[in-house]
Ligand binder design. Sequence first.
Ligand code: MN
Ligand code: MN
Length: 330
Amino acid sequence: MPVEGLFQPLSGNAMPRFGGVATMLRLPLVENTENLDVCFVGVPFDLGTSNRSGTRLGPRQIRAESALIRPYNMATRAAPFDSLRVADVGDIAINPYSLHDSIARIEEGASALIANGCRPITLGGDHTITLPLLRAMHERHGKVGLVHVDAHSDINDTMFGEKIAHGTTFRRAVEEGLLDCHRVVQIGLRGSGYTAEDFDWSRERGFRVVPAEECWFRSLAPLMREVVAQLGDGPVYLSFDIDGVDPAFAPGTGTPEVGGLTAPQALQIVRGLRGLNLVGADVVEVSPPYDPYGTTALLAANLAFEMLCVMPGVLYRERESTFRSSCNVS
Ligand code: MN
Ligand code: MN
């Protein structure tokens, strides 16, 4: 039920879901985060990609696919719009001719969005954008814990000699002291590397590394209970590279790797973060030119909605009677 003073997504009964302006979740488009608890912001950027590009088109496609999402979460009973003020603040204007200027613009834009305590959910964009986002988080919150879902560890020192690229993000974040390294978890890593020790750099920094192989054929709910216990009460950032999910579910990305997470496991990861002090989140690496049916953007849109549903302060419409679960699930 609508609450006065809070924004509601435009109903499919007021305007068909295929009509109207394509904002995220059909929320109002606003100019700044004044009085907002959570905002959706796009970063249409792909200057940091190493293989297939196209993530500059990600925010628009994610917004378009989000039109089908309704306000209540039927699995978790989250009712985010009944307790939080949420809107779409549009895109950060990157400079398509300069990676470095773009990085500065993203940090400046993110800092402005979070200055009053608003928690941003960012629609990428390639994974380079998480570095300036983490810089902005650090300015406000100090070192943050991190849940990083990805096929790749993104801890290269350089790529083609460059320090800033989509595969160097978390090495730079560690070097710059942005992360609380003993509260960092990387989930879904897999594939081939340049050396057999590639993922050990993360482990040596104190990260928990959960390779995709350890996730195969399993519920990730138990893992997420451990993650929540490890991350504790401090600020946490979630960075979700869509290529953490298997290309069967998320083909529209630049550096696909086989043997990845399933779509249900991706939902379990995000839902499993409930209760943490999530200060911001992103979903990155959606590349619409490689996503002919919108499958990848649809998953990304739903993951962004699930991120909203685990933000602090979300109301849950808990069951009032004692229905029995229809099967045993952990
Ligand atoms: Mn990545
Ligand atoms: Mn990746």
